[in-house]
Design a protein around this ligand. Structure first.
Ligand SMILES: Cc1cc2nc3c(=O)[nH]c(=O)nc-3n(C[C@H](O)[C@H](O)[C@H](O)COP(=O)(O)OP(=O)(O)OC[C@H]3O[C@@H](n4cnc5c(N)ncnc54)[C@H](O)[C@@H]3O)c2cc1C
Ligand code: FES
Length: 356
């Protein structure tokens, strides 16, 4: 027997490392692909199951940032994967589907995010997802499966049709081999190739009670499109479920931004002048107000996602002026040194010019 005595690869350092190289692409369904990445030099990725990375891509001469949950599990640290649904004319998801191939390099920030779950022995969970919202729950389930966590997980996934079921075979296999894991799919309709024999329609209380009778005793983790999330949240509230045990992630920018509290004294007509050079707009931003929130209130549409300084989506160059910024991992020190800021968590302390 030969022992492998090679030292483990160093950890991916989000402050230093930024280039991911695509090593494989897998078609999951007709409009969903998984992209698998490694670092340029060997690196191990340390993250929590459910966390995301922010990709930075230059498309049509413009730099665009988008967040993608790692669908891979941290238990297999040499690679990370994202699983992306192609959204109609959506610039990034369609670019990834059309162009990202083995050998392509992209820039990425993270992993980060506070929606994660390390399933614990003896605890009971209910994982609920719909559509591409399956990705964080898949990472959690893969991790649970690899570690033999001893947790009790009921995973209920909703899809339009059997042809839209992401990770169908792998989930079925994990449910067969991992004690404590049950997986149920609910489909709204048949697909061309398959008449759906499982639970039909949309998730409702009767279905949930039939599939997971003890759901009130479980910690809920949920991710999916905004209407699905809203419907399930109301359903759980009405059922008497203890909402302190409800954890959710949204992929929807508008919904995330809506959570951002506004300072009570916020006022956009007193304060510093903030000029958006590329948009050719100048607005007034009160010193106690975040620039992004003030710009949105003025009707400007600017790239943003988490609105909490985490994801890097709102990053832009500060051409002149000073700000009070409270980032939470979404920007590297060297980017700050180069004059970049996150406008979602920056308040002006002088008049500003931004390259946005
Ligand atoms: C924390 C986080 C994690 C994410 N993880 C994933 C992931 O694992 N897989 C994934 O495919 N996407 C994920 N997204 C969404 C992703 O960041 C992009 O928004 C998505 O790929 C569309 O980008 P786009 O540039 O093609 O279109 P955009 O111009 O960004 O979006 C076009 C329209 O589609 C809506 N939309 C965006 N994403 C979805 C979706 N998944 N389903 C339905 N409508 C959507 C947008 O609200 C917008 O109205 C995540 C978003 C966040 C904030
Ligand atoms: S929107 Fe996420 S860092 Fe600003």
């Amino acid at each position: 027997m030969t022992l492998n005595t090679r030292a483990p690869a160093p950890l991916w350092n989000p402050d230093e490392d930024e280039t991911l190289v695509c090593c494989a692409v897998r078609a999951e369904t007709h409009d969903v692909k998984t992209f698998i990445f490694q670092a340029v030099e060997p690196r191990r990725f340390a993250y929590q199951p459910g966390q995301f990375m922010t990709l930075s891509l230059t498309i049509g001469g413009e730099e665009i940032h988008r967040c993608y949950t790692l669908s891979s599990s941290p238990t297999r640290p040499d690679r990370v994967s994202i699983t992306v649904k192609r959204i109609g004319e959506g610039p990034v998801s369609s670019w990834l589907h059309a162009n990202l191939a083995p050998g392509t390099s992209i820039k990425a920030l993270g992993p980060m995010g506070d929606f994660f779950c390390t399933a614990e022995a003896g605890s009971k969970y209910l994982f609920l997802s719909a559509g591409s919202g399956i990705t964080p729950l898949m990472s959690m389930t893969r991790s649970h499966h690899d570690l033999g966590s001893g947790a009790d997980i009921a995973f209920v996934h909703s899809a339009r049709s059997p042809a839209d079921l992401i990770f169908r075979d792998e989930l079925a296999l994990m449910a067969k081999t991992a004690p404590g894991l049950t997986v149920t799919a609910i489909c709204e309709a048949d697909s061309e190739a398959e008449v759906w024999a499982g639970p039909r329609g949309r998730i409702d209380l009767a279905k949930l009670e039939a599939i997971v009778p003890d759901f009130r005793a479980r910690e809920v983790y949920i991710c999916g499109p905004a209407p699905y999330m809203a419907a399930v949240k109301s359903m759980l509230e009405a059922s008497g479920y203890d909402m302190a045990r409800y954890h959710s992630e949204s992929f929807d920018f508008a919904e995330l931004s809506a959570d951002q509290p506004e300072p009570e004294s916020a006022s956009s007509n007193q304060g510093f002048k903030v000029e958006f050079k590329l948009s050719r707009r100048t607005i007034e931003v009160a010193p106690d107000r975040f620039i992004l929130a003030a710009a949105k209130a003025e009707g400007m549409r600017l790239p943003s996602s988490c609105t909490k300084g985490m994801c890097g989506t709102c990053k832009c160059k500060l051409v002149s002026g000073t700000v009070d910024m409270t980032p939470a991992g979404g920007i590297r020190q060297r980017e700050i040194d180069q004059g970049m800021i996150l406008i979602c968590c920056s308040k002006p302390t002088s008049d500003l010019v931004l390259e946005r």
